[in-house]
Ligand binder design. Structure first.
Ligand SMILES: O=C[C@H](O)[C@H](O)[C@H](O)COP(=O)(O)O
Length: 329
């Protein structure tokens, strides 16, 4: 089932964005997006189910003799965790009934783990329906994805204005202001977002153990604890970190590599600072904060995406639904 937020302000913004959003409404493109989110959600559900079942099985089999009611409980648990999985499957079948997309599409391909599902579904649709696309990557990762799926790779040099960018996000509030760059890709992502008629976010609902941890938040920092990534020229990282802490407070950390000594390097050979902003940062003023950060010499780009996304799709593993939100003006 696809839920569509329908508040009056949503309907208003939908009208003003009507022209730009015409392409995204195309059922085939929409199906690619929704299927991708559903698929990732389904993968999460499977993983949770596996963890929960193995916990339950371990706990129950630890008893020397399994009593009848324990066996029953195990059977119940199995059934319970099968349900969201099946709902996800049905939903996928429903949205598979789509009409072919005839026109060509200039498509930005975002980065991250959710986008892997998008490219996978897109490649299938391109083959099934002969969809004509040109794909512009936002990172080394997405370029590899495009090549692996044999999709036509292009550049902003050839197509400086795109129809659509589909990309993930680390967190997204109700205005569709989001934090990106958790995976180290943000500069190319923002360039492509800025030069796309429509930017659509695809996000799953993250789960940590038994606690739901959604990427859809009321305010930034509510769910995502990784801070705001800032890509910087290496020689400037210390003064930039000091300036940010002095101005806004919080803590700035140089992001360190995992399988390399020292800091990580972005696709552009720069460092990343993660700014753990204070909880009282004025959440109404993210645009001003972004502008301030961008004016510090040495800052290449920030992971704050304000006023860029038009729509977001969130997979909800609990109910096996994909929820759709429109940007509010
Ligand atoms: O640096 C990475 C990008 O901004 C990703 O789009 C973002 O981190 C979300 O990634 P994922 O879909 O893996 O949660």
């Amino acid at each position: 089932m696809v839920l569509d937020s329908d508040s009056p302000s949503d309907r208003g913004s939908q009208c003003t964005d009507d022209r730009k959003l015409r392409r995204i409404r195309d059922p085939l493109v929409q199906a690619v997006i929704v299927e991708s989110v559903a698929k990732k959600t389904e993968t999460h559900v499977k993983e949770i189910k596996r963890k929960m079942l193995s916990k339950a099985e371990f706990a129950l089999s630890a008893a020397v003799l399994l009593k009848g009611h324990e066996m029953q409980r195990l059977a119940q648990l199995r059934k319970q965790f099968e349900i969201p999985y099946q709902v996800g499957k049905e939903q996928e079948q429903t949205i598979n009934v789509v009409t072919p997309f005839q026109k060509s599409l200039l498509l930005g391909i975002g980065s991250g783990t959710t986008v892997i599902y998008v490219v996978d579904h897109l490649a299938k649709k391109v083959r099934e329906h002969g969809l004509s696309v040109k794909c512009i990557p936002t990172s080394h990762q997405s370029q590899q994805l495009i090549l692996q799926h044999d999709l036509p790779l292009s550049t902003l040099d050839q197509y400086p204005q795109l129809d659509l960018l589909i990309d993930g996000a680390d967190e997204c509030n109700e205005d569709l202001t989001c934090i990106k760059g958790g995976g180290g890709c943000l500069t190319q992502e923002k360039i492509v977002a800025y030069n796309s008629d429509t930017f659509v976010i695809v996000a799953d609902q993250r789960q940590r153990a038994f606690i739901a941890c959604s990427k859809q938040s009321q305010y930034l920092g509510q769910q995502w604890k990784g801070g705001i990534p800032i890509e910087v020229i290496p020689m400037a990282h210390v003064p930039i970190a000091r300036r940010v802490e002095e101005t806004f407070g919080g803590k700035v950390e140089l992001r360190m590599a995992v399988k390399k000594m020292g800091p990580i390097l972005t696709d552009n050979g720069n460092f990343i600072l993660d700014w753990h902003f204070p909880e009282n940062t004025n959440t109404k003023k993210w645009e001003d904060v972004n502008t301030f950060l961008k004016m510090i010499p040495g800052v290449v780009e920030t992971g704050l995406f304000v006023g860029l996304a038009k729509r977001a799709y969130f997979g909800d593993s609990e109910f096996g639904e994909v929820k759709q939100l429109h940007a509010k003006k």
